[in-house]
Design a protein around this ligand. Structure first.
Ligand SMILES: Nc1ncnc2c1ncn2[C@@H]1O[C@H](COP(=O)(O)OP(=O)(O)OP(=O)(O)O)[C@@H](O)[C@H]1O
Length: 261
C-alpha cells in the first residue's frame, strides 16, 4: 500500500499498525567503497523500537561508523532503505528525518564563537524554523552536566575535549530528538566527562522512554553494558546480536584491515 502524507512517503504492509512500527527500520543497508569496490557494510537490517538502549561493540575498522552514518542517512547508500516509523524517507525529507534521528560523532565539530553561539546555530536552519532557542533550557542542561553557570559564555576554541562534547550534546538534546546515534561519544574523554555525557543522555531518555531510543558505539565493555538493554556486535561489516554469536565465529579482521581492541 502506498500513499502520501505531509512529511514522508508512506509504505506500510496491510497488517502493520503504524503505532507498532519501529522508530527506525533499516532494511538491507549496503555501503561500498566506490574507489576500491570493497564492501564496507554487508546487507544489514535492524529495527529500533522505542525504549531500546542499544550498544554496539566491535573491532576498530569493522564498520561501526559506516553503519551509524548510513542509519543517519549521512552517506549515500549503495542499496537498502531506512524507514522512519514505517514510512519511507523521500530525499526532500532527509533533514526532517535528521531532526528525529541525531548522529553524535566522536570528535565534536564546534563553530567559532561561544558555546551559546553554537547552541543557537541549529535554530538558523530551515528544518528548525518553527522552534526558538531557549537559553534557560540550555543553561539547565549545562548545569545538569556539572558545568559552571558561565559555560554558555565560554569560547568554543578554549573548551577541553570533554567540555566540547558536552556542548555538542546539548546542541542536539535541546532539539528533543527521538533517536540518538552515539558514535563513541566518550572515547578519549576523561572519566568525569564521560559520566557527564552518560548522565545527559540518560536524562534525555528518561524524560520520554516510551518514544525514545539510542544506539551507542563503545569500545569499553563496561560502558556498553551500563548503557544498554540490547547489545549488538559489528565484525567485518556484518552486524549481529551478541547473544547469537557463535563461539567459534572466525576472526576476519585480517582480511579487512581491522585492528582488534
Ligand atoms: N567514506 C568511506 N570511503 C571509503 N572507505 C571508508 C569510508 N568510511 C569508512 N571507510 C572504511 O571502512 C572501514 C570501517 O570504518 P569505520 O570508521 O566504520 O570503522 P569503525 O568500526 O567505526 O572503527 P573505530 O572503532 O576505529 O571507529 C575502514 O576500513 C574505513 O577505512
Amino acid at each position: 500500500m502506498m500513499m502520501r502524507c505531509d512529511t514522508f512517503e508512506y509504505a506500510m504492509p496491510h497488517d502493520t499498525n503504524i503505532a507498532d512500527a519501529p522508530l527506525v527500520h533499516a532494511q538491507e543497508l549496503v555501503r561500498r567503497d566506490a574507489t576500491r569496490g570493497q564492501t564496507l557494510l554487508h546487507a544489514t537490517s535492524i529495527a529500533i523500537h522505542a525504549g531500546e538502549r542499544i550498544s554496539i561493540t566491535g573491532p576498530s575498522g569493522s564498520g561501526k561508523s559506516v553503519f551509524m552514518r548510513a542509519l543517519a542517512l549521512l552517506d549515500p547508500l549503495d542499496s537498502g532503505e531506512v524507514l522512519w516509523r514505517g514510512k519511507r524517507i523521500a530525499r526532500a525529507t532527509i533533514p526532517r528525518y535528521r531532526r528525529h534521528v541525531a548522529y553524535i560523532r566522536q570528535r565534536p565539530a564546534l563553530l567559532d564563537g561561544t558555546v551559546e553561539d553554537n547552541l543557537r546555530y541549529p535554530y538558523t536552519l530551515r528544518a528548525y524554523r518553527d522552534v526558538r532557542f531557549d537559553r534557560a533550557q540550555a543553561a539547565a542542561l549545562a548545569s545538569q552536566a556539572g558545568r559552571a553557570s558561565d559555560f554558555l559564555e565560554r569560547f568554543a576554541s578554549e573548551l577541553s575535549g570533554g567540555e566540547a562534547q558536552i556542548a555538542a550534546l546539548i546542541r542536539v538534546l535541546q532539539l528533543a530528538p527521538d533517536v540518538l546515534l552515539l558514535d563513541e561519544p566518550t572515547a578519549s574523554l576523561d572519566p568525569e566527562s564521560a559520566l557527564a555525557i552518560e548522565g545527559l543522555v540518560r536524562a534525555w531518555f528518561d524524560a520520554a522512554p516510551q518514544v525514545r531510543a539510542w544506539l551507542w558505539v563503545s569500545h569499553d565493555p563496561a560502558q556498553a553494558a551500563r548503557v544498554s538493554n540490547r547489545h549488538l556486535t559489528m565484525r567485518a561489516g556484518v552486524l549481529d546480536d551478541a547473544q547469537r554469536n557463535m563461539p567459534d565465529t572466525p576472526d576476519t579482521s585480517a582480511h579487512t584491515g581491522e585492528t582488534p581492541r
